[in-house]
Design a protein around this ligand. Structure first.
Ligand code: SAM
Length: 287
C-alpha cells in the first residue's frame, strides 16, 4: 500500500536554559520516526535529559546535500522527521533553511514549532526600537564582502541584529565602531544561561567593555539603525568621514600611516593599535 508523505517538523530547542523546552516540542521529538540534528552529540545530551529515545541522524553544513536528499526520500516514503539545530530555531543561520527549500519543493508539509531564538530574544531586551528590524546573521568574515556589508549597515535605518562568534567579537565591534561611530547598541551574552549579560551603550563603550571582559560565551549584537541625519560615524571624526576613510585619505595626501593613525585615533577615540589593524586589514589584505 503506498503511504502518504511524512511531515517535516522544525523544532525550536533551548538556547541555554532547558526550562525553555516546550511541551509540544517534547511530544513531537518523542513521536516522530527520526530526528535530524546539527550536532548529534549535543542533541543526545538534550535527549538524555528529557528521556527521549527517537533515532537520531546528523544534518549539518558538511553533509547537507547528500543528507538532505536522504531525508527527503524518507519523508516521501511516509516517515515523519523532526529537525533540530544546535540551539534555537532551526533555519536561522544554520542549514535548516536548505532542507525546508528542498522538501517544500517536493510538496512535503513543514510544521514549525516555535520557541527560543537568540536573535529575537536579544532584540526585545536591547532597549532599541523593535518596530522595524533586520537580521543580518553573521557578517562575512573578511574582504570586500565584509566591507560592503558594513557599508550597507551604515545606512540601514532599521534596528540590526547580528550573530558573532566569541573569537571574532572584538574585531567586529572594532570595525562597527569605526564604521558607525557612537551609535547605540546592545550586546547580549549567554542569553538564558547562568552568566547572561545584556550590555547597552554606544559601540565604543561596548568595545571597551568587551576589551576589559574578554570573549566569553555566545554573543548576539543589536545595533541602532541610522538616524535621519548623517551616520553617527560623523561624531567621531569631525570632517564627516569614518575613522578608516580618514586614515586612507591622509595616506593619499602623503601622510605616513603611523602619523595618520595617531591623528585619527585622537579624534575618534578608537584605540591606535586597533585602528592600525583595521586599516591594514581593509587596505592590504583585500581579496
Ligand atoms: N538557530 C539559532 C537561533 O535561532 O537562535 C542560531 C544558530 S547560530 C549558528 C548560533 C549563533 O547564535 C551564535 O554564534 C550566537 O551569535 C547566537 N546565540 C546562540 N545562543 C546564544 C545565546 N545563548 N546568547 C547569545 N547569543 C546566542
Amino acid at each position: 500500500m503506498p503511504q502518504g508523505k511524512g511531515v517535516l517538523y522544525l523544532c525550536a530547542t533551548p538556547i541555554g536554559n532547558l526550562e525553555d523546552m516546550s511541551p509540544r516540542v517534547l511530544r513531537v521529538l518523542g513521536e516522530v520516526d527520526l530526528v535530524a540534528a546539527e550536532d548529534t552529540r549535543h542533541t543526545l545530551k538534550l535527549f538524555s535529559h528529557f528521556d527521549i529515545h527517537t533515532p537520531l541522524t546528523s544534518y549539518h553544513e558538511h553533509n547537507k546535500k547528500s543528507k538532505g536528499e536522504n531525508l527527503l526520500q524518507q519523508l516521501l516514503d511516509g516517515k515523519n522527521v523532526a529537525l533540530v539545530s544546535d540551539a534555537g530555531l532551526p533555519g536561522i543561520s544554520d542549514p535548516g533553511e536548505e532542507l525546508v527549500v528542498l522538501v517544500t519543493a517536493a510538496g512535503v508539509d513543514v510544521v514549525p514549532l516555535p520557541g527560543p531564538s537568540a536573535a529575537l530574544t536579544a532584540l526585545v531586551a536591547s532597549g532599541l526600537p523593535t518596530g522595524r528590524f533586520v537580521f543580518e546573521g553573521f557578517l562575512p568574515v573578511r574582504g570586500k564582502q565584509r566591507r560592503q556589508r558594513l557599508e550597507e549597515i551604515k545606512t540601514e535605518k532599521r534596528t540590526i541584529i547580528l550573530y558573532e562568534s566569541p573569537h571574532r567579537i572584538k574585531t567586529t565591534l572594532t570595525e562597527l565602531a569605526a564604521a558607525l561611530g557612537g551609535r547605540r547598541a546592545a550586546i547580549a551574552r549567554e542569553l538564558t544561561k547562568k552568566y547572561e549579560e545584556i550590555r547597552r551603550g554606544t559601540l565604543p563603550e561596548l568595545l571597551e567593555w568587551c576589551r576589559a571582559n574578554g570573549p566569553r560565551g555566545e554573543y548576539t549584537l543589536v545595533l541602532e539603525g541610522a538616524g535621519e541625519e548623517m551616520p553617527a560615524a560623523e561624531d567621531m571624526v569631525p570632517d564627516g568621514k569614518t575613522a578608516v576613510e580618514r586614515v586612507l585619505e591622509l595616506e593619499s595626501q602623503s601622510v605616513a600611516r603611523n602619523e595618520a593613525i595617531k591623528r585619527v585615533a585622537r579624534l575618534s577615540g578608537i584605540n591606535r593599535r586597533e585602528l592600525y589593524d583595521l586599516v591594514a586589514r581593509l587596505k592590504d589584505k583585500d581579496n
